[in-house]
Design a protein around this ligand. Structure first.
Ligand SMILES: Cc1ncc(COP(=O)(O)O)c(C=O)c1O
Length: 408
């Protein structure tokens, strides 16, 4: 309850340095202003037929068009608002499974490096034995999808649905979506892209890439938490609903609209998309600086040996996954946190877990490498000073631990 009374403290900006922008981002101040203004203006439920309802409905439809335009999908499909990418992923995988449930030969394909909201949905349909389920091979260390393996599976099975991560949440690897889409479409399979880590970070063109379905979450690109969307192409099969109630969102997703979340999400994307080329350069510069500084520490024997995970050439500009040898990443993350720096161990979705994530296992890290893996997610709001502070604390941490790594 005390938190609810702390109005004064709430006016002070947090002094924490967030280098964990793959887990989430701080809402952009302009987005906050926009949400506050629309909260004052719009009182109606967009489903109501009276004037207040119509006003709210007009705003969310504008947001819908704006998001579609920023993703390059205005004339190819539509979007459904959801509570975030977890729900979008569940809806498309479980909902399509239901739609194809009378065809036990149909094959659903994914990769071993997906977010739990995808791979657990696949586990569910596998358990129910409604379809065949296949996992694509990925390359050791980079996590790039083995395209030959995709071609083999597509040629040998009745593949109806393929779900792949656009940019990996843990290691940043970007997949060749254009190529994967072409291979799928040649054999009549439909492609779902979990673009949660890509939207707002790299340009996305749904039409050019021929994407059939796409999931996103606003809080990964400076929008509010608990709001997201699922894009569906006009030409692709439609999922059966997995939740029941009202007829909002074209019967695919019931429940009163999260009006201000939707508006904040549209505004956040609108602010980012025109500036992506500059943002990408800024993030890449920060990443290069950080990698240079880490390598310098290693050459001076101030930190242990390490390796960088993911595809160096096709990777999110702000994502860095590093495996330090002889390191307990949880301990390092907590040390960083106690010094005001937020980073994460592996994937933020399971920070409590001691087990290596499915991603780190699939790219074949050794248990020691996986145990010592941290993830840094940079954003254009980070500065060189943030990186300098991170480097100072990293050096301090290993100075305290020097016995454990220098003697090995
Ligand atoms: C690739 C990917 N997919 C899906 C999700 C789920 O997003 P949310 O927790 O906002 O539903 C995440 C969140 O980390 C993610 O990184």
């Amino acid at each position: 309850m005390e938190i609810l009374c702390e109005r004064e403290n709430l006016n002070r900006e947090s002094e924490l340095i967030l280098l964990d922008n793959n887990a989430t981002t701080a809402v952009d101040p302009y987005v906050i202003d926009y949400i506050c203004c629309t909260m004052k203006k719009l009182a109606g439920n967009p489903s109501s037929i009276h004037e207040a309802g119509k006003q709210a409905s007009k705003y969310i439809n504008y947001a819908r068009q704006s998001i579609l335009k920023n993703l390059g999908g205005s004339d190819t499909g539509f979007i459904i608002f959801t509570s975030g990418a977890t729900e979008s992923n569940n809806l498309i995988i479980l909902g399509l499974s239901e739609a194809f449930s009378n065809d036990p030969d149909s094959c659903f394909v994914t990769t071993p490096i997906e977010h739990p909201s995808v791979y657990k949905s696949f586990e569910k349909i596998k358990q129910k034995k409604l379809h065949k389920v296949k996992y694509l091979k990925v390359e050791k260390k980079t996590g790039r999808i083995d395209i030959d393996n995709l071609i083999t599976i597509i040629n040998n099975e009745k593949v109806v649905f393929v779900s792949v991560n656009y940019a990996n949440h843990e290691i940043g690897t970007i997949q060749d979506i254009g190529k994967i889409a072409k291979i799928c479409h040649e054999k009549g399979a439909f492609l779902h892209i979990d673009a949660t880590q890509a939207v707002g970070k790299i340009p996305i063109d749904i039409k050019r890439l021929e994407i059939d379905y796409l999931s996103l979450s606003a809080h990964k690109f400076f929008g509010p938490k608990g709001i997201g969307a699922l894009y569906i192409s006009y030409n692709a099969p439609k999922p059966e609903p997995i939740m029941f109630g009202g007829d909002q969102e074209f019967f695919f997703r019931p429940g009163t609209h999260n009006v201000f979340g939707i508006l904040g999400m549209a505004m956040a994307l609108n602010l980012l998309v025109p500036n992506l080329p500059t943002i990408i350069k800024e993030e890449q510069n920060l990443k290069d600086y950080l990698l240079y500084k880490i390598e310098k520490l290693r050459q001076e024997n101030l930190i242990p040996q390490y390796s960088i995970n993911g595809d160096i050439t096709f990777s999110l500009p702000g994502t860095i996954s590093i495996s330090f040898l002889n390191t307990d990443a949880s301990d390092l993350v907590l040390f960083m946190s106690s010094n005001g720096i937020c980073i994460s161990k592996g994937s933020a979705c399971k920070t409590q877990s001691k087990k290596a994530s499915n991603v780190l296992k699939a790219i074949k890290l050794t248990p020691d490498e996986a145990e010592g893996t941290i993830r840094i997610g940079l954003s254009p709001k980070n500065t060189l000073q943030h990186i300098d502070k991170f480097i100072t604390i990293l050096e301090r941490y290993y100075n305290l631990k020097s016995d454990s790594f220098k003697n090995k």
